[in-house]
Design a protein around this ligand. Structure first.
Ligand code: TRP
Length: 368
């Protein structure tokens, strides 16, 4: 990477109060400070991963962030999960889009609309919606947003293959920053933001509310958000979905240890850990863990560290929060949205809720 000169500013100098005679003072020594912009810093994904692993395994209870589940192997395993008999969310949501997509699309007939995609994971649903919007006579531009340029390029190429001639405007950025940019460079188009799958489920209640309020702030009045919510249901169905008979979910979760071995010189013996997912009825979350089946010490070379595990000590890897219909309503109310429609699959196991951004002159204050 070519080195750019760093933007520098002299430190603001103040007269020193202890100096008895300012007239004779030698000139103040000026320090230099650097303002590093994100663009001045090369991205170091390895260091970010290493830092997160070191922090998480140093905590009690130990944890690893679920965002690192999705390397190439993990993404492949997740695609396999989506086809499993027990993993109902993908099928339920596909059914919702198939059955109710045309009604959603009809709202945008003759309207210039940006279909803004916040990491759908499964591009098939997005493709269906784009077809439905075009069939309804909407003038649609596809706007995928991803922090990874590679992932964004793949999303754009897949779509270009499926819908030749569709205008595509990909943005490489954090979701909220990209949305602010999009509305600041407003071209009068209505934004329909997709946050499908179990994405919102990875947030706890407070994080979900914060994220949706940030979306609301970034969007224009009259814009829409379509969010996927996995609903509370028979606990046996939930448990089966995260403990499938073929062990694909176990392999997906265990891949996190594989990834540490591959990328950080970890020495995890996968035979000494097991996948475990359980449902907490009180918080309403599926929780996934990797459990050490014996007392052991694991070295991670890149971190120059050893990590000790007691027999049956867990590492937490992910939460997937499940919703009641009343949770969805209060979440919309408390973040400044009006629910336009909530769409269900025939078993009512999953919901896609379409929300419209409402901004009143008083600023859209919401009750706490
Ligand atoms: N967050 C997704 C979900 O809740 C992905 C997922 C499915 C997952 N099974 C898992 C994450 C098991 C960790 C462990 O459906």
């Amino acid at each position: 990477m070519p080195s750019k000169p760093l933007p520098s500013k002299p430190l603001p100098s103040k007269p020193l109060p202890s100096n008895p005679s300012p007239a004779k003072a030698s000139p103040a020594k000026l320090g230099i400070y650097h303002v590093l912009l994100p663009t001045d810093i090369p991205t170091l994904p390895l260091n970010e991963f290493a830092g997160s692993v070191l922090e998480g395994l140093s905590e009690r209870p130990k944890r690893l962030s679920s965002r690192y589940l999705y390397d190439d192997r993990g993404s492949g395993l997740f695609r396999q999960i989506m086809t499993l008999e027990e993993y109902y969310p993908t099928r339920c949501e596909a059914e919702i889009i198939e059955a109710h997509g045309p009604a959603i699309a009809a709202r945008f007939a003759g309207t210039p609309v940006n279909l803004v995609d916040l990491g759908a994971g499964d591009g098939a649903k997005t493709v269906r919606l784009l077809h439905q919007l075009q069939a309804a006579g909407a003038d649609v531009t596809y706007v995928p947003i991803d922090i990874s340029e590679q992932a964004l390029r793949t999303a754009c190429e897949t779509l270009a293959g499926e819908l030749p001639g569709l205008p595509v405007k990909g943005l490489v950025a954090e979701y909220i920053a990209a949305l602010h940019w999009l509305t600041a460079n407003d071209d009068g188009r209505v934004n329909l933001v997709l946050f499908l799958g179990s994405n919102i489920g990875n947030f706890n209640r407070a994080q979900a509310r914060t994220f949706l309020r940030q979306l609301w702030s970034a969007l224009n009045p009259g814009d829409y958000v379509l969010t996927g919510f996995d609903l509370k249901k028979d606990i046996d169905l939930l448990l089966a979905a995260y403990n499938d008979a073929k062990g694909v979910t176990a392999a997906f979760n265990m891949n996190l240890l594989n990834r540490i071995n591959r990328e950080l010189g970890g020495h995890f013996d996968l035979d000494k850990f097991r996948h475990y997912s359980t449902y907490d009825v009180f918080t309403g979350a599926m929780e996934s863990y990797l459990v050490s089946m014996e007392k052991q010490t694991v070295a991670i070379d890149t971190l120059h560290s050893n990590f000790h595990f007691d027999a049956w000590e867990p590492i937490h890897t992910e939460y997937s929060y499940k919703y009641l219909e009343s949770d969805i309503r209060s979440l919309a109310d408390s973040t400044g949205f009006a629910i336009a429609d909530t769409l269900h699959d025939s078993k009512r196991w999953f919901a896609d809720s379409l929300w419209r951004v409402v901004k009143t002159i008083s600023g859209g204050g919401v009750a706490l």
